[in-house]
Design a protein around this ligand. Structure first.
Ligand code: FES
Length: 146
């Protein structure tokens, strides 16, 4: 049995929305200390809609496929909807990830959330703390300075 679904292979080989963005409205970075992989998400937001999204990922095939799929899932969507994207939804859209690779999809969820948090903070938009990763009280990854 193949380890990865065709969708994972497709998004790994032809990642969508790869690159960085100048003058992004929100930037989020998530890392995993165990594997050392890092994912960065850039958002362009207009009238509460995610007009554009780019990612840079230094990581494994699953992390790259997860970022690619996640950017496709939130592009053109309202910010509130992007905030609800879970890593399970990303993995499902990829037709599954091996259990040992599920944590790679978590990076996508977290990086998107942190990019939205960055956008909210920059624009003085009120937000509910519970909707975001609790970086100050957590030591499982490498969000520095958030
Ligand atoms: Fe680190 Fe996949 S092994 S994100």
């Amino acid at each position: 049995m193949a380890l990865y679904s065709e969708k994972v292979m497709d998004h790994f080989r032809n990642p969508r929305n790869i690159g960085c963005m100048e003058e992004a409205d929100g930037i989020g970075e998530a890392g995993n200390m165990k594997c050392g992989d890092i994912m960065k998400i850039y958002l362009k937001i207009e009238n509460d809609i995610i007009e554009d999204v780019k990612f840079e990922t230094f990581g494994c095939a699953s992390a790259i496929a997860s970022s690619s799929m996640a950017t496709e899932l939130i592009k053109g969507k309202p910010v509130a909807q992007a905030l609800e994207l879970t890593n399970q939804a990303v993995a499902e859209a990829l037709e599954g990830l091996p259990p040992v690779k599920m944590h790679c999809s978590v990076l996508a969820e977290e990086a998107i959330k942190l990019a939205i948090l960055d956008y909210y903070k920059k624009n003085d938009i009120p937000y509910a703390k519970e909707q975001f990763p609790d970086c100050e009280n957590c030591s499982h990854c490498s969000h520095h300075g958030h």
